[in-house]
Design a protein. Structure first.
Length: 182
């Protein structure tokens, strides 16, 4: 694993799906929830430069008839690095603090990792979410009862969001399994 940023991996994942120009990538970040990772040209273009210097992407000219843009595509090393990143097992910190990055990895892993690995990652995610939920509920039932009422209400909101994640991961595992069997 390298020290590449989440933005860098997001760009690499999008380029793994389809070669694109920096301008096309920026438009995608502006128009979709990907913008949470950055829609700033001041971040996207430097990240593309880092990926290119690292040898993970290569740029070629845009197809004829188009504007003079460089179209980026992943190199074999870039594809391999991306596959390692999306295949990581989720950590407790991913579940508690970096759910958005975990969901980015899930969204981009299709066609990159084998179905058995997808199932393993989703199963590990389910177990980690269940464990985190149990710890939150135990705290709420014990020491959490000593918190001020408004703090309890805020904590309960957090518990509800983790319960929603637990419901989602069960549905996701079912749907991903159904899709593989078709």
């Amino acid at each position: 694993m390298t020290d590449e940023s989440t933005l860098g991996y997001a760009l690499l994942g999008l380029l793994t799906q389809q070669p694109q120009s920096g301008y096309d990538l920026r438009k995608l970040f502006v128009a979709t929830p990907m913008g949470v990772f950055s829609d700033s040209p001041g971040a996207i273009y430097p990240a593309l430069g880092r990926l290119e210097r690292r040898g993970w992407i290569a740029a070629g000219p845009a197809p004829r008839g188009g504007r003079r843009r460089r179209v980026y595509a992943p190199t074999p090393d870039g594809r391999a690095a991306f596959a390692v990143w999306v295949s990581q097992s989720p950590t407790p910190d991913d579940i508690a603090r970096r759910w958005d990055v975990l969901m980015l990895r899930v969204a981009l892993m299709g066609g990159v990792v084998k179905p058995a690995v997808v199932d393993q990652i989703l199963a590990t995610t389910q177990a980690a979410v269940d464990e985190y939920l149990a710890s939150l509920e135990a705290f709420h039932a014990g020491p959490g009862q000593e918190m001020p009422v408004l703090a309890q209400l805020a904590f309960e909101s957090g518990i509800e969001s983790v319960r929603a994640r637990a419901r989602w991961i069960r549905r996701a595992r079912q749907r991903a399994g159904v899709r593989r069997k078709r």
